[in-house]
Design a protein around this ligand. Structure first.
Ligand code: SF4
Length: 472
């Protein structure tokens, strides 16, 4: 048993169990995890100024950083324990190797330092101290925002060590038992390698958290009120349910109606039309004028949008030719050339609307417009050209799906991406690979993915228009 299971256990008890005892053929590759590993080594390399080697020999030699070390020992109650520290950093002190010692370092993707980081450091220090014959007072959480390395020193005190030892005992007990339940906080599942496996079980059991908008708190509230699965939710009465959903205040009846309809649609597999006309009218009135479809790929950690993809559509139902799509690459952050190209593109058809999915695209373009000093009137005109299909679909339809992401919605409408199992995280992974290798194959994959995202957005626009006609 090692610190990696402990890390999983902190995130989700079931994940630790599956990592240890699950059938690996159900596990899927997680781009998020791969991005973390790639970034981790890049930053460890920087922190140690390249003096980074593996294993015990590196410790004996006293290199600045040590990776790939495994240390085994017995913990309280004679339980076997093993650590695979992400990085050991040399600091001044005294150890069995000489006038230096090592302290553990963990890499953090994102802004928050969590229990996962603190416990990992504390657990590693417990086994590392006897191994190097030296005390460890501090550990490091390393992060990198906008190419700037941040070092956060963590006090590895007695309280933290005690907590992590107790948690390790808990982990050992859990792993002996049967598979734990799916976590109530399903947001965690988004980046988990067992997501598909758990989704299938949640679906077959009709868990309330399968319904869009129902998180762990709402699910608990519903359960306390006698509604424990999707079937029961679908059969609920709007007024009775609304009274129970007091946390949503004046929106409680609207929420009740939404949850009931979403459950009905989920169970029947049939979409439900909502009578919200304003937005759809906006799209319908613009469909014959020609328009752009716009989609961005970005690296949120570095606040870098590396690709702006434009699809040019003269008529909604014409065949799409290759030259309709224009990928504007922004290889270096804040590249002026890409900014110019974007605004040339937008002003080439000033009256054309810009269709997009989700709010990011509009926010990014308006920020760029401010950077190039467009005046407030020009910005207002630009703003009015954006048509958010995500907002539109949510306001006008309830679909028999778990969430309203581009992949889920367009996938349900029958759109197929050319590359298998793609996602924004995978595109980011390719981007990181491109930055390391300069191999154009990764750029090609990103471009193909972005083009498909634009086509998926177009597919949704067509579906909205076609089905609006059918029903009205
Ligand atoms: S998919 Fe969710 S419930 Fe399943 S192991 Fe991962 S985090 Fe836990």
């Amino acid at each position: 048993m090692n610190n990696l299971y402990l890390k999983s256990f902190i995130r989700c008890k079931r994940k630790a169990w599956l990592d240890y005892r699950g059938n690996k053929s159900y596990e899927i590759w997680s781009p998020h995890q791969s991005i973390e590993i790639v970034n981790r080594y890049k930053n460890f390399h920087k922190l140690c100024e390249g003096d980074l080697y593996t294993g015990k020999k590196a410790c004996q030699k006293g290199t600045s950083g040590v990776i790939g070390l495994k240390v085994k020992s017995k913990l309280i109650k004679n339980i076997n324990a093993e650590i695979h520290p992400q990085l050991l950093k040399k600091v001044s002190g005294k150890s069995k190797w000489g006038k230096y010692k090592y302290i553990p370092v963990v890499y953090k993707l994102g802004y928050r330092t969590t229990k996962e980081h603190l416990f990992d450091l504390a657990f590693c220090s417990i086994l590392l101290e006897p191994f190097q014959e030296s005390k460890i007072e501090k550990g490091i959480v390393l992060s990198n925002y906008s190419n700037h390395i941040n070092i956060e020193k963590i006090d590895l005190n007695h309280r933290l060590r005690k907590k992590v030892s107790n948690l390790y005992l808990d982990l050992n007990e859990y792993l002996k038992g049967s598979i734990p339940e799916i976590t109530k906080e399903r947001k965690k599942c988004m980046i988990c390698s067992w997501q598909k496996f758990c989704d299938a079980e949640a679906k077959s059991n009709g868990y309330l958290t399968e319904i869009d908008g129902i998180g762990s708190k709402t699910a608990l509230l519903l359960q306390q009120n006698g509604i424990s699965n999707i079937k029961e939710l679908a059969a609920a009465k709007k007024n009775v349910l609304g009274d129970k959903l007091f946390q949503f205040k004046e929106e409680k009846f609207e929420k009740a109606s939404k949850f009931i309809n979403q459950s009905k649609s989920y169970l029947s597999g049939k979409p439900i039309k909502l009578y919200e006309k304003e937005n759809l009218f906006n799209l319908l009135s613009k469909k014959d004028s020609g328009f752009f479809i716009f989609d961005i790929e970005s690296n949120p950690d570095e606040k870098h949008d590396f690709l702006y993809g434009f699809l040019k559509i003269n008529n909604l139902f014409e065949n799409i030719e290759d030259d309709f799509y224009d990928p504007i690459l922004n290889l270096n952050k804040n590249g002026k050339k890409s900014q110019q190209e974007i605004f040339q593109k937008l002003t080439s058809k000033e009256e054309w609307p810009v269709l997009h999915y989700g709010e990011t695209e509009k926010i990014v373009i308006l920020n760029l417009a401010r950077q190039i000093n467009l005046d407030s009137k020009q910005i207002e005109i630009l703003k009015s050209r954006f048509v958010d299909l995500h907002l539109m679909i949510r306001r006008s339809w309830i679909l028999p799906i778990k969430n309203y992401s581009l992949k889920t919605v367009a996938g349900w409408m029958g759109f197929k991406w050319k590359q298998k199992n793609v996602s924004g995280s995978k595109a980011l992974y390719w981007w990181i690979q491109y930055k390391i290798t300069s191999n154009d194959i990764f750029l090609k994959k990103i471009i193909m993915y972005n083009r498909d995202d634009c086509l998926a957005t177009l597919h949704i626009a067509k579906w909205l228009i076609k089905n609006n006609k059918k029903i009205n």
